[in-house]
Design a protein around this ligand. Structure first.
Ligand code: UD1
Length: 362
């Protein structure tokens, strides 16, 4: 049996193509959902869009401090592993669920596969960076998305034979669902025509947990909205703090609850520009050829910057607004940019085939 782990929103788009490919190859597998993300709009609605059936186990862990969340997941996941004794555990990305389940599997000597391995922001104040580094160093199979990841892992002394460059599973999901996302025209629900708005998502603790940083973000978004309408789906972490500090957006900022996958993908594909601090969105905009401003000081996904869709703006408000003005005025043609190697929609199948060749082919 193969155990696929999901827990928080970005895991779903990365694991869906792996789960589908394992099923296509008739490999026995189950899905364990830790419940790190639990509201319908952060979990169930997205799984439904991705056509992933109900998870076999739902651990209902929910929020909490890093230690509480990680520890609770470990306790519950260990019981499942001991009961099922899987051949391999597959985790994805860099959330707390990823690390928690990775530790459990490796301590039980169950082979561990890490999807989206090797990315590094070189910023250890980010919880995700800790989760990535630790997960990589206890994984047996390191499935990477871009060349920088291969180099990072080798620099950290990981055996080259464990590194498998398979491309980007999140892009598999994008390619599968883009046609239906465009067909459903989600921008019309907001009274928009397409290409007449910016799409914003901000949820990193460094941007939203502290009042001063969040105030800066709200002002930046309000300023941008003088030039272009902004659609801003608010992550629970961001929404809680906006309410706590009683901050207000201008009229041209359309705030919504987090959107399910198809609606979000459609909105992103028809936006004029994206403003974010997310990881995956930097990659999705590269394939969609939409300019992306990343309001951070670094990225763990340098290929998106090399290709030219992504600009790391830093967090200085004036600088961000200068870059925003520049990008919306110059109307760069991104149509001719290249596609990162192996971001071709077949990454999930590459992973499934690797697992099959090692554990199921005699
Ligand atoms: C987590 C990941 C982050 C990822 C993000 C995507 C970690 C360390 N961070 O951050 O890398 O980019 O998910 O969304 O794993 N909450 C709800 N409803 C939900 C989910 C969360 O209200 O369905 C609340 C939680 O109770 C908590 C807050 O949102 O108060 C933060 O949730 P948490 O999972 O701890 O971290 P994220 O900020 O979502």
């Amino acid at each position: 049996m193969i155990i696929n782990v999901v827990g928080a929103r970005p895991n779903f788009m990365k694991m869906a193509p792996v789960i589908k490919a394992l099923n296509k190859l008739d490999l026995p597998n189950i899905v364990v959902h830790t419940g790190q993300h639990y509201n319908s709009f952060m979990s169930k609605d997205i799984l439904k869009d991705l056509k992933i059936s109900e998870p076999d186990y739902f651990l209902n862990i929910r929020g909490g401090s890093h230690a509480t969340q990680t520890a609770k997941i470990m306790i519950e996941f260990e019981k499942i592993c001991m009961n099922i004794n899987p051949k391999i555990v597959v985790v994805a990305g860099d959330v707390n669920s990823t690390l928690a389940c990775a530790i459990v599997a490796s301590k039980l000597n169950i082979p561990l596969a890490h999807v989206e391995s090797g990315l590094r922001s070189f910023d250890k104040t980010m919880p995700e960076e800790i989760n990535r580094i630790l997960t990589d160093h206890i994984s047996r199979f390191l499935f990477t998305t871009e060349e920088s990841a291969n180099l990072n892992l080798m620099r950290e002394g990981i055996n080259k034979k464990s590194i498998h460059f398979v491309g980007n599973c999140m892009i598999d999901s994008l390619k599968t669902f883009l046609p239906s996302a465009l067909k459903s025209k989600p921008w019309e629900k907001f009274g928009l025509k397409g290409e007449d708005y910016a799409l914003a998502t901000i949820h990193r603790p460094s941007n939203v947990d502290n009042e001063e940083s969040l105030q800066k973000i709200v002002e930046v978004i309000n300023n941008m909205s003088k030039k272009l309408k902004i659609v801003f789906p608010l992550h629970p972490r961001t929404k809680n703090n906006i309410d706590l500090y009683d901050m207000k957006f201008s009229r041209n900022v359309i705030c919504t609850k987090p959107l399910a996958y198809i609606d979000f993908l459609g909105l992103m594909a028809k936006s004029f520009i994206v403003v974010t601090d997310s990881g995956g969105i930097q990659e999705e905009t590269t394939i969609l050829k939409i300019p992306c401003l990343t309001l951070r000081d670094n990225t763990e996904r340098p290929v998106t910057v090399d290709i030219g869709t992504n600009i790391i703006t830093g967090t200085d408000s004036e600088e961000i607004l200068k870059i925003f003005d520049h990008v919306i005025n110059k109307k760069t043609n991104l149509n001719k940019i290249r596609t990162p190697v192996l971001w071709d929609g077949n990454s999930g199948m590459r992973i499934a085939k690797k697992i099959k060749s090692i554990y199921y082919d005699n």
